[in-house]
Ligand binder design. Structure first.
Ligand code: PAN
Ligand code: ZN
Length: 192
């Protein structure tokens, strides 16, 4: 009898991907220079500080194919601002994506092209539909690594320039008790 193949394996409790050759990309503080609000706090940390890592299954990248990857975002802060991913919109902006929370706690920051922002809580089992034309960024508000699975069309691509120019309208910072607070230009609102 033909032996069924063992497919790649995702440990849903830890986000660890195995059983396949992975494509991995690590992002350090140096890669995100100027992204955080407090340049002095940023300068106080080593530029080599690892912020996040994305482990992807290799895809063929063709029309109709899907990419899947797990983002592991470290816990920590630059000043009072929680660690976050760079954030992007897709190069093919109409292409949507799903995120699934695996472990840790955080927020998904979404911003549409009119600049309207919203946040979704990310936790083990959370499911997030990111529509086309919506920029997205993960923020780790917890004390442990935040891991989330993402599935998106291979043709979507990443446009990092647009959001580098526009910036996200909200920042997530720690309040007096360490609780996550959302700061828009001048107003600060507790979300716990
Ligand atoms: C994710 C992101 C991942 C890293 O796989 O690429 O979380 O964030 P940045 O790409 O903004 O650095 C995704 O949204 N893919 O489309
Ligand atoms: Zn994306």
């Amino acid at each position: 009898m033909m032996t069924p193949m063992i497919p790649p394996i995702l440990d849903f409790a830890t986000g660890k991907l195995g059983g396949a050759e992975l494509v991995e990309k690590s992002t350090t503080l140096a890669d995100l220079q100027g992204l955080f609000a407090d340049p002095r706090a940023e300068a106080a940390l080593s530029p080599d500080t690892p912020l996040y890592r994305v482990a992807m299954l290799p895809g063929n990248g063709g029309e109709g194919d899907l990419n899947m990857g797990v983002t592991h975002l470290e816990a920590g802060m630059i000043g009072n601002e929680f660690f976050m991913t760079r954030g992007h919109i897709h190069a093919r902006a109409e292409q949507a994506e799903y995120y699934f929370g695996l472990c840790g706690r955080g927020l998904l920051l979404l911003q549409d092209m009119a600049g309207v922002c919203r946040l979704e809580q990310v936790f083990p089992g959370s499911v997030h539909h990111i529509p086309g034309h919506v920029a997205h960024r993960l923020v780790n508000t917890g004390e442990t690594q935040l891991s989330a699975l993402a599935v998106w069309p291979a043709i979507a691509g990443h446009d990092y320039r647009l959001m580098a120019e526009r910036g996200f309208g909200l920042r997530v910072v720690a309040g007096k008790e360490g609780e996550p607070c959302v700061v828009s230009s001048e107003v600060s609102v507790s979300i716990t």
